[in-house]
Design a protein around this ligand. Structure first.
Ligand code: CMC
Length: 429
């Protein structure tokens, strides 16, 4: 393969270096483009722009491949735990027994939040969306750990502290929303069991954590743990590039995740399926509305389509199977699963979806599984955030260790008015 690409502008030739990744992905390095030619590149939505080199996650959207640090997502979902996968993402290797014990111990040590922070939950209205509470509370952590402004110090403590506390904040915000007393973490429990305990136990009764749900939760969080340069991870990198503390940086990522085109889609999927059930509308009828672009109704089939996957999202494949297994094991008959499966079948044989290569994504089935676990709908995106946190942290750390790190600062092509005078008020039309 050539080492350079040739660019011809106004009859002048420029050579731009070609960069090749370990899986053969190719890029043209345009770092010197503006210096050499006076031109910038324009790429709305960053459809063709690589913002960084990264050794964390490999994704081939055409073939439906996803690997964390080289290990296929299918293997991790079947054999790993969320804590082990978090270690893999952050440190690049699977931990040995001692490393895993040490990492788990650190997570246990940091599971509580400062007692004063508990009172903040009372300040939010009962209708507050838990994603707003989560992002605010994560940013608030920086006020309790002012040393975190030294972003190059105590990276281990900051990372594990946040990994552990995010789950506590999420569970506390749920308890607040239903008006029940918060449950403190129990550090002898595993990460996922501890979360379920904080969510569902009440002080007046014994609570036994359901091991099937622990397994399902581990798998759900593993599937969400990283997805290379998606919207929220790119937000974490962009925000982090100006060197604010880790908590503030992750808080920005949580905000980006909230949107319905990104992590917020899991909530939208269930609301869509529920609407169909309540109104007795068939999936075919609904898809008719989705395809009807003339009426400008802007309805999308939520949980379908992806910027990168032009094939079945491997995470959706695993989730669909696991959802069926858990529902039948628990004897849950959820009509929304039947509607979702019918919707998928009809969509995948419809030319609109075939031509545009639109397949179910990770959000299509995850909500049905969360629902079976008793997670309320407005907490679905919070669950996504808990899952994605090790990915965000890994990318932040990779960026901080990069000797070529620079503040993220895209350019633009200005299309507004050219220079004109200031007009005094009495002369304006
Ligand atoms: N339903 C109907 N049409 C769709 C959908 C959909 N879900 N997704 C894309 N299209 C159509 C779109 O209208 C466009 O058609 P046309 O060429 O006629 O204008 C074409 O497919 C390309 O769409 P796009 O919006 O240019 O594609 P994108 O890569 O910018 O958007 C997406 C990707 C995920 C935002 C989009 O597929 C979507 O809105 N999906 C629904 C929301 C969703 O499920 N989001 C979760 C994504 S996966 C998890 C995550 O990242 O958080």
């Amino acid at each position: 393969m050539s080492t350079h690409a040739k660019l011809i502008v106004d009859d002048k030739e420029y050579l731009l270096p070609i960069v090749v990744g370990s899986e053969g992905e190719k890029a043209i390095d345009i770092t010197q483009l503006r210096n050499q030619t006076g031109f910038i590149t324009l790429d709305s939505g960053y459809m063709n722009t690589g913002s960084t080199k990264s050794a964390i996650t490999f994704l081939d959207g055409e073939q439906g491949i996803l690997r964390y640090r080289g290990i296929p997502i299918e293997h991790l979902a079947e054999h790993s735990t969320f804590v082990e996968t978090s270690y893999l993402l952050i440190y690049g290797e699977l931990p040995n027994k001692q490393q895993l014990q040490h990492f788990s111990q650190l997570l246990s040590n940091h599971s509580m939040i400062h007692e004063d922070m508990r009172h903040f939950f009372d300040g939010y209205p009962a209708s507050a969306h838990p994603m707003a509470i989560l992002s605010s509370m994560v940013n608030t952590l920086s006020t309790y750990y002012p040393e975190s402004v030294n972003v190059f110090e105590n990276i281990e403590v900051q990372s594990t502290r946040l990994l552990s506390k995010l789950r506590t904040i999420a569970a506390f915000s749920y308890k607040k929303s239903i008006g029940k007393p918060i449950m403190y973490p129990l550090n002898h429990l595993t990460y996922c069991a501890n979360f379920l305990h904080m969510m569902y136990a009440i002080p007046s009764e014994p609570y036994e954590v359901d091991q099937d749900m622990v397994k399902a939760l581990n798998m759900l969080l593993i599937l969400h743990a990283d997805h290379e340069q998606n919207c929220s991870t790119s937000t974490v990198r962009l925000c982090g590039s100006s060197l604010p503390n880790l908590y503030t940086t992750i808080s920005a990522g949580i905000c980006a995740l909230w949107g319905p085109l990104h992590g917020g889609a899991n909530q939208e999927v269930i609301e869509m399926l529920q609407k169909l059930k309540d109104s007795d509308m068939s999936p075919k009828e609904y898809l008719g509305k989705v395809k009807d672009k003339k009426s400008n109704n802007n309805i999308r089939l939520m949980g379908f389509g992806h910027r990168v996957y032009k094939n079945y999202d491997p995470r959706a494949k695993i989730l669909k199977k696991m959802t069926g297994v858990i529902l039948s094991k628990k004897g849950i008959d959820d009509p929304l699963l039947d509607i979702a499966m019918e919707m998928e079948e009809v969509a995948l044989s419809d030319s609109y979806f075939i031509e545009r290569k639109l397949y179910p994504n990770v959000d299509f089935y995850s909500g049905i599984l969360y629902k079976a676990m008793g997670i309320p709908i407005n907490m679905f995106t919070v669950m996504f955030a808990i899952g994605r946190l090790p990915g965000w942290i890994s990318h932040w750390r990779e960026m901080m260790e990069d000797p070529d790190r620079k503040i993220g600062r895209p350019r633009q092509i200005y299309t507004g008015p050219t220079e004109r005078p200031y007009v005094p008020m009495d002369k304006r039309k």
